[in-house]
Ligand binder design. Structure first.
Ligand SMILES: [Zn+2]
Ligand SMILES: [Zn+2]
Length: 132
């Protein structure tokens, strides 16, 4: 069981399985909301402990696809934690437990600021990764 929470502790959740994939998005929007590194979780693996009603949704505006959730109290980025898709990304920063999964993808590297240096061998994509 993995634990996750926001900075102020209002939002708490658990994951019954390790996330399947980790990716880092360098788009301007992810950078602004402080949620560049995300992990994909399956809906059935996410268990709410508290604070779901304190999560605010920010709808994606094209060309950006991902809605963004955050804690209304402290602003911690939570990714698409309110999604009802079978699998969805949540912000890796919200997970308190150690993870074994490692970054496997950099997307929107065309929007990456020069001060951020990519220091791993993960696959890179200029914008969205090619859909599979
Ligand atoms: Zn909070
Ligand atoms: Zn992004």
């Amino acid at each position: 069981m993995l634990d996750g929470s926001c900075c102020c502790g209002t939002v708490r959740f658990q994951l019954t399985a390790e996330p399947s994939m980790m990716g880092t998005c360098h788009c301007i929007r992810c950078r602004k909301v402080g949620a560049s590194t995300i992990v994909f979780v399956r809906k059935e693996d996410l268990k709410w402990v508290s604070g779901k009603e304190n999560v605010q949704l920010f709808k994606a505006v094209p060309p950006y696809r991902y809605d963004r959730c955050f804690c209304r109290t402290c602003g911690t980025s939570l990714g698409e934690i309110l999604s009802d898709m079978d699998s969805f990304p949540i912000a890796a920063n919200a997970i308190d437990s150690e993870l074994t999964v490692r970054n496997g993808l950099h997307e929107f590297v065309n929007e990456k600021p020069s001060w951020y240096e990519i220091c791993d061998d993960a696959r890179q994509s200029g914008d969205h990764p090619p859909s599979s």
